[in-house]
Design a protein around this ligand. Structure first.
Ligand code: SRM
Ligand code: SF4
Length: 575
């Protein structure tokens, strides 16, 4: 790192924080309803974001009042592979009622988020999560985030091994600072509980050092036959190579990432690049070497270009691999030729291989709540208390109930129906494969609506697709309220990205398989015109698709200029 360059202010905050302590403990007990700016940065490493209710802020402004912020906190639980118990899910649901905003959110990385927690309840909230043997440590911040893994709960060696690997990596890469205990858990009774949160307990950070990583770092484990984790979107993707029902190793894919800032050309979404092959015995050390290279050479001056993808872009894959080999301590073979060829979203009933069943329940945009039409929160409570199933959270913000006996299937469905929850066969393909980020009112970075806007657009798309006889098509529609890409919109068939107030950029040409970036079709499309724009493209697809070509493949083959000129004529003829 050049000494003449000015480090980003966050580097200074980390360095002087004494391993993530800062003055969080002191501020936690003062009379203010929020933390200062430095501590706000440190809180992220502890799994919480200081936010304010932007609806309330907007309403105050509309009345001509000063926009006093209604501070509240988002608390994110990190859950490797999204695997948890009924008890744990029930406790998180109880927490959202007791001290959150009465909703619980499944995230696009198989985690859980509580929103609307006020400062005086923050410690209680984090303690409670640790009491149920879960942790918020490193759910956010410049560290390894939640390790994702294909959630399918088949009782086959490969799926079990992949989940074990996710848990091993998560443990190995967790921060070791005791700051988390001191601040949040100090008055808990047993040592055991402390260990859950710490992933160890030493004072120093052997992996991260005092300034941790230059930026967040994300890892996902997937299969060639099941790319539900979107393997090409992670800083580090581990693609399991399976031979004779055994994982013989992993293709190590590096430098994926979605976030971009349209006004800054230096930023871009990128697909990960296959770098090498690692056996199951090598993989933790190889992952550690990749992280150490990013730690030592990633950009610490400009956070906009601090993710691993920019280091690899600057260096080229060859130089990067050579440095990883140096840190690892030996040469690494090239990746195997296999690649992703299917995605399993696990929706509906499946035999899991031990005589039991699992049920994949699609949850629209991951939001668990009760309202007049549907009492999803109550339904989940009743299913958990009746059957005590295992739970897997999915990369599409949904969940699986596992370990269900065949004779209980009908009763489980009846509980869902009683609460107005749609069964998998009642959900359209377009809704099933859609996903939106949180955005308003909690996300401080959102430019447009997302989670609250997409369901209405999907209603309209369902009508258009039915009219064209395309309802059975499978393609992904992903929306985000800003270009940061939290619902992974840049490799989907259709990406809708908040660009300006009530305006979206429409991207086309990615695909469900997640191995291709999409491209801009139209920019600044008003929210109420998005579905009409897409309907015109669907009409072209209906007319000109080649054989069983998917929607994304069609858009990619035709190219944006061609599609634009066809749809313009079509739209004029329609007027
Ligand atoms: Fe994200 C920041 C929500 C997955 C890229 N993300 C945020 C924050 C914390 C806003 C902030 O910094 O103030 C959002 C909190 C909103 C809220 O009110 O809850 C937020 N991100 C989410 C979640 C909850 C979206 C969802 O609807 O599920 C996901 C939580 C995952 C988890 O459990 O850990 C979430 N975020 C992602 C993903 C998808 C993924 O990881 O697979 C991405 C794109 C992949 C990537 O990282 O490149 C993503 N989030 C970002 C970025 C852009 C990062 C970049 O490199 O440019 C930001 C902004 C930042 O880091 O500066 C961001
Ligand atoms: Fe917020 Fe943007 Fe992420 Fe959506 S994509 S949650 S608006 S940061």
């Amino acid at each position: 790192m050049s000494e003449t360059k000015k480090l980003s202010p966050v580097e200074g905050i980390k360095e002087s924080s004494d391993f993530l302590r800062g003055s969080v403990a002191q501020e936690l007990v003062d009379e203010n309803d929020h933390f200062n700016k430095d501590n706000m940065q440190l809180l992220k490493f502890h799994g919480t974001y200081q936010q304010d209710d932007r609806d309330a802020r907007g309403a105050a402004r509309a009345k001509g009042g000063k926009s006093a912020k209604a501070y509240m906190f988002m608390v994110r639980t990190r859950i490797p592979g999204g695997k948890l118990t009924s008890d744990q899910l029930l406790a998180e649901i109880d927490l959202c009622d007791e001290i959150g905003n009465t909703t619980l959110r499944i995230t696009s990385r198989q985690g859980l988020q509580l929103h609307g927690v006020v400062k005086e309840n923050l410690q209680r909230c984090i303690q409670r999560i640790n009491e149920i043997q879960l942790s918020t440590l490193a759910a956010c911040g410049d560290v390894e985030r939640n390790v994702m893994c294909s959630p399918a709960p088949y009782k086959t060696p490969v799926y079990l091994e992949a989940q074990e690997m996710a848990e091993r990596l998560a443990d190995h890469l967790a921060p070791r600072t005791r700051a988390y205990h001191e601040i949040w858990l100090k008055d808990l009774e047993t040592e055991e509980k402390e260990l859950v949160a710490s992933g160890g307990g030493e004072e120093v950070e052997p992996l991260y050092g005092p300034t941790y990583l230059p930026r967040k770092f994300k890892t996902g484990i997937g299969f060639t036959f099941d790319n539900y984790v979107d393997i090409y979107t992670h800083d580090l993707g581990l693609l399991a190579i399976v031979r004779d029902d055994k994982i013989v190793g992993y293709n190590v894919i590096v430098g994926g990432g979605q976030g971009t800032t349209p006004s800054a050309e230096k930023t871009f979404p990128a697909l990960g690049k296959p770098m090498c092959f690692a056996t199951p015995e090598q993989v933790v050390d190889v992952a550690t070497a990749v992280i150490k290279v990013q730690r030592d050479f990633g950009n610490r001056e400009d956070r906009k270009v601090a993710r691993l993808k920019y280091l690899i872009h600057d260096w080229g894959l060859e130089k990067f691999k050579a440095k990883v080999e140096e840190y690892y301590g030996g040469p690494l073979p090239p990746p195997e030729a296999e690649d992703v060829h299917a995605v399993n979203d696990c929706v509906g009933w499946h035999e899991q291989g031990d005589g039991k069943w699992f049920y994949g329940l699609n949850i629209e945009n991951g939001r668990i709540k009760d309202d007049e039409q549907m009492q999803l929160k109550s339904a989940l409570r009743e299913v958990c208390r009746r059957f005590w199933p295992g739970i897997k959270l999915t990369p599409h913000q949904s969940l699986l109930f596992t370990d269900i006996a065949g004779e209980d299937k009908a009763e489980l469905e009846a509980i869902l129906k009683k609460h107005g929850v749609k069964l998998s066969e009642e959900i359209s393909n377009v809704r099933r494969w859609s996903m939106a980020c949180v955005a308003w009112p909690t996300c401080g970075l959102s430019i447009t609506e997302s989670e609250r806007a997409l369901p209405g657009m999907i209603d309209q798309l369902e009508t258009e697709l039915a009219r064209l006889g395309l309802s059975s098509e499978q393609f992904t529609v992903r929306m985000t309220g800003c270009p940061n890409g939290c619902a992974r919109p840049y490799n989907s068939d259709v990406g809708l990205v908040g660009r300006a107030k009530d305006k979206y950029t429409v991207f086309l040409g990615g695909r469900l398989l997640g191995d291709r970036l999409n491209t801009i079709y139209k920019d600044h499309v008003p929210a109420d015109e998005v579905t009409a724009e897409l309907a015109a493209v669907f009409a072209y697809f209906k007319q000109d698709r080649a054989g069983g070509e998917s929607f994304g493949d069609f858009c990619h083959r035709k190219g944006m200029d061609d599609i634009r000129s066809w749809t313009e004529e079509y739209q004029q003829a329609e007027v």
